[in-house]
Every structure is written in C-alpha cells, then in structure tokens.
Design a protein around this ligand. Sequence first.
Ligand SMILES: Cc1cc2nc3c(=O)[nH]c(=O)nc-3n(C[C@H](O)[C@H](O)[C@H](O)COP(=O)(O)O)c2cc1C
Length: 350
Amino acid sequence: MTDADRGDIGARKRSHLQLSLNEDVGFRGRSSGFDRLSLVHDAMPELHPEEIDLSAEFLGFELELPLLISSMTGGTDEATELNTRLARAAAQAGCAMAVGSQRAGLESEDVEQSYRIRDVAPDVPLFANLGAVQLNYGYGVEQCLRAVEMIEADALFLHLNSLQESLQPGGDVDFRDLREKIAALCHDLPFPVLLKTTGNGISARTARKLVGLPIAGLEASGAGGTSWARIESMRGPGDEHRTRFADWGESTADSVRAVRSVLPDLPLVASGGVAHGDEVAKALALGADLAGIARPLLREAHRGEGALEESFRRLAEELRISCFYCGRGWVGDLVTEDLCESGNSDPFVE
Ligand SMILES: Cc1cc2nc3c(=O)[nH]c(=O)nc-3n(C[C@H](O)[C@H](O)[C@H](O)COP(=O)(O)O)c2cc1C
C-alpha cells in the first residue's frame, strides 16, 4: 500500500466519522421494521420489575445486557478517544463491543493504538473487524490473526459491504468466491469468525447461502438505521445515482426473520436502527440473541461519558419495562408470541 492509499483510508475514516456525528445519514424512506411491530401486553405479569433478568449468553460469554456496541471506528486520532469511551461504557454496562475495520491498523502501525481498548475493558467480549472482500485483495489468515492480536479480541467479524464498496470511487468490488474463502478461514483460525452486514440487511436467499458455512455467528445489520449509501453520497460531488441507493436493503426486522427461518440456531445479533430498549426487546422476540447499536451510541460517546452512561441506563430501563409489560422474567424468554403487527392485536405470524 502506498502513502497515498494510507492517507486515503485515514481521510475516508475521518469523513465517515464526521458525517455520522453531524449529519442526518439515516434511512429516510424505510424503517428498521420495529415500528410495524408491537409488544403484546400481559396485564397480569406476576413479576416484580426489579427481579427481571436482563442477562444474556453469546458464544459462551455471559453478558449483563443483551447488547453489542457494533463495529464502528478506529484508525484516526478522534477514534482513539471514542473507542475508549465506548469500551469503558461496555465494561460498566456488561455488554459486548466490536471495533471498526482494522485495515488502517494493519497497514500502518501508527494508528494501531486507536483500536486498542483492552486495558479499559479487560473482561468485555471484544470483536475485531475486517472487510470480507479483502480476502480477494491479498488478505488471509495472517491479517486475521494480526487483527485479533492487535486488540486482544475474542473473535473476528468479517463485514459484507458490497453496496458501500460499489458506491465508493475505487471501491473493492470483487466479491467472487468469498464463501469458499470464508469457510477455509473458519477452519484455519483459532478463534470464532462471524459475518456481519453493514446496514443493508440479509434476505432469505442470502441466509440460504450461509447454510453449512462454519461461521460462529452472524450480525444481521439491516436497513432502517445508518445508511452507508447516504454517507457515501454526502462525501462530495459524485454521481447522482448514489442517493438512489440510500434506502436500499432488507429492514432489520425482516432480516432477523429471514435468518431465523433458515438458520434457527445460529448465534445472531440484530442491528440497524436499534436505539431504544423496546426495540431491543422486539429484536430478541424475533429470535436474535443480542441487539447491536452503532451510530446512536457513537453520538452519545461524542457528547461525553456521562451521556453514554445515561444511554445505557435508559436502554436497560426500557428493556426492563418491555419485559415487565410482556410478563417475561428474563429477556431470553421473549418469543414471537410477544409480538403483533402494530394496530392489529392478532399474534404475529411468522
Ligand atoms: C461511523 C461508523 C463506522 C462504521 N464502520 C464499520 C466498520 O468499519 N465495519 C463494520 O463492519 N461496520 C461498520 N459500521 C456499521 C455498523 O456496525 C452497523 O452495522 C450500522 O451502522 C447499522 O447500525 P446503526 O443503525 O445502529 O448505526 C459503521 C457504522 C458507523 C456509524
């Protein structure tokens, strides 16, 4: 990689961060799908809210909250402070955390530090991150090992971001034969490898392609939250067509349903447009094991550690109330019977 390429990654990361923090980079024409679902009220919950158990298990890790701070950042000075704040909050809340793509860190030792958060979050299940497409651009076992070692991670997310790459000038768009390469990596690496999308969801057809792939889990990051096509379209003058794809993809709720219909037992995170505890409850009721939150927490981290702490307190409280409302004593007891289509009291039918 040349100095110019390195500079490009840094500049790109900075503009992604600035746009995510300061602009409306969300989906506009479609939602995460959680607004179309309501939780079903149990008028006789036979519970005390303080006894409700919000804990979860994911890949053998015990969490106090069924939450993942989804992959976001690293590779710039500003990212160092944001990752540190997020990691401290994850440790305090007892949830899991992922860092953003570590390609910049692999290409330049100078920015490795921006991803390293183990010292502030010694017990947090921590996920490394690389683009799956990089397997077609020279990356393999060595880079995956280095990414995990760099941050003392417990597992690795490989992200699938074909839409974003195709809208980036000079993006890496060769997505051929990745299934086979991912399968080989899963066998060769000594830690769990998971796949994730980046806000455009997973269809039933994609889920079927994952059947038999030895991944340890999946983050179905659906449409309805952060729109990467919108971010790319805002990064300067370019082809008008980029905005046409800003509302593209399967909603988060539809993605979870699609995955669960094909892969009922795969450890699953639902992200994309999750910002409140009742949305976490709906994601779990649809069959996700955890909910993932990215940009809403990034914005709070930017405001300060107090704001971030308050967000986690609010999320936990909303989740607790949702469970109380549904008469469920443990978040893991939420099931599709606890959902109905909004405005319709018939039970939700898969
Ligand atoms: C600033 C920012 C940077 C991101 N960088 C990455 C990344 O490097 N790798 C990745 O897998 N996902 C990345 N994502 C995508 C998120 O993990 C998530 O899938 C997506 O933003 C949807 O969640 P949200 O609606 O809660 O933001 C990033 C998101 C944001 C906001």
